[in-house]
Design a protein around this ligand. Structure first.
Ligand code: NAD
Length: 299
């Protein structure tokens, strides 16, 4: 089986490396020369263009920043053919980028029209998960295509969940991250309120982590230093999960909320607060650093 892996950035390069380690023939490509250099240094075979990598490939994996990049690469342009035109007939296209549900569905439709199979398979777990092959994959597409992709995804991740048909992997990701954003803000507000009331961080943590306030934003990503020594708050909010990425994902949540007409007031307020956070220093900080914005805005 010949696998083309396109998009060798922070996530893509370690993922492609893990795929190759499990004995698959992987040929990579990235439009950024620095990413190509890093891939060559990591010992990955790299083609001279995306279409060169994908020509005759049985599987084409993409790990780009945006849906527009995925759709453009699938379609090609006046300058040359796209990935769909050059892959082997009936190839399996797996897009691991985080993109809008509607864009993922458009990518599925294009692949199907071209006679290929396709899956949306966004990930969570960050760069550390990509490096250690412990990513979680949320997958949308048919049962058959999911089963065909499973061994490849398991080579790059630890949990692989089939969420349903086309676009539903992205849907699961966007819903999960909307919960996460809202709960991280709620936990931060509670710690600032506790501070003003004279409650110690540790006392609030000891109560809430064993009570109904318990959640990942508290017990793993605790926004104050001390109670959870591994949380980003203990290292000056170095990510972790950067504010810029949370802001991007909430933008996708907003698109989904608008296109479905759902009344998601908390999610959209979180979207607004993280857009402001990511417009400043928060872009490069862990998203739990929003506690400092809340503290500063509290009179
Ligand atoms: P990145 O910017 O480091 O990598 C993306 C790469 O795609 C870049 O190197 C870019 O040059 C390349 N690219 C774009 N168009 C291309 C094309 N047509 N052909 C070949 N290469 C192309 O981004 P990343 O941090 O690796 O994230 C990738 C995706 O994973 C994003 O959608 C992101 O939202 C998602 N994600 C990232 C993280 C994280 O912690 N970084 C976690 C979960 C999900």
């Amino acid at each position: 089986m010949r696998i083309a892996f396109l998009g060798l950035g922070h996530m893509g390069l370690p993922m492609a490396r893990n795929l190759r380690t499990t004995g698959h023939e992987v040929i990579g490509f990235d439009v950024a020369p620095a990413a190509v250099t890093a891939a060559v240094e990591a010992g990955l075979a790299v083609a001279g263009s995306g279409t060169e990598a994908a020509t005759g490939a049985d599987v084409v994996i993409t790990m780009f920043q945006s849906g527009a990049q995925v759709l453009d690469a699938y379609r090609g342009s006046a300058d040359g053919p796209g990935l769909l035109a050059v892959a082997a007939p009936g190839a399996l296209f797996i897009d691991c980028s985080t993109i809008a549900v509607d864009e993922a569905r458009a990518a599925h439709a294009l692949a199907e029209e071209a006679g290929h199979r396709s899956l949306d398979a966004p990930v969570s777990g960050g760069v550390v998960g990509a490096e250690n092959a412990t990513l979680a994959f949320m997958v949308g597409g048919s049962d058959e295509d999911f089963e065909a992709a499973r061994p490849l995804l398991e080579a790059m991740g630890r949990r692989v969940v089939h969420c349903g048909g086309a676009g539903l992997g992205q849907a699961a990701k966007v819903c999960n991250n909307m919960i996460l954003a809202v709960s991280q803000i709620a936990v931060a507000e509670a710690f600032v309120l506790g501070e003003r009331l004279g409650l110690s961080h540790q006392a609030l943590f000891d109560v809430a982590s064993n009570a109904s306030g318990q959640c990942w934003a508290l017990t793993t990503n605790c926004p104050v230093p001390g109670p959870v020594p591994t949380s980003p708050a203990n290292r000056d909010y170095q990510p972790g999960f950067a504010g810029a990425l949370m802001n991007k994902d909430l933008g996708l949540a907003e698109q989904a909320v608008e296109s479905t007409g759902v009344e998601a007031r908390m999610g959209m307020l979180a979207r607004e607060l993280y857009a402001a956070f990511a417009a400043g220093e928060g872009a490069a900080q862990d998203f739990s650093g929003i506690i400092n914005t809340i503290r500063a805005a509290s009179v």
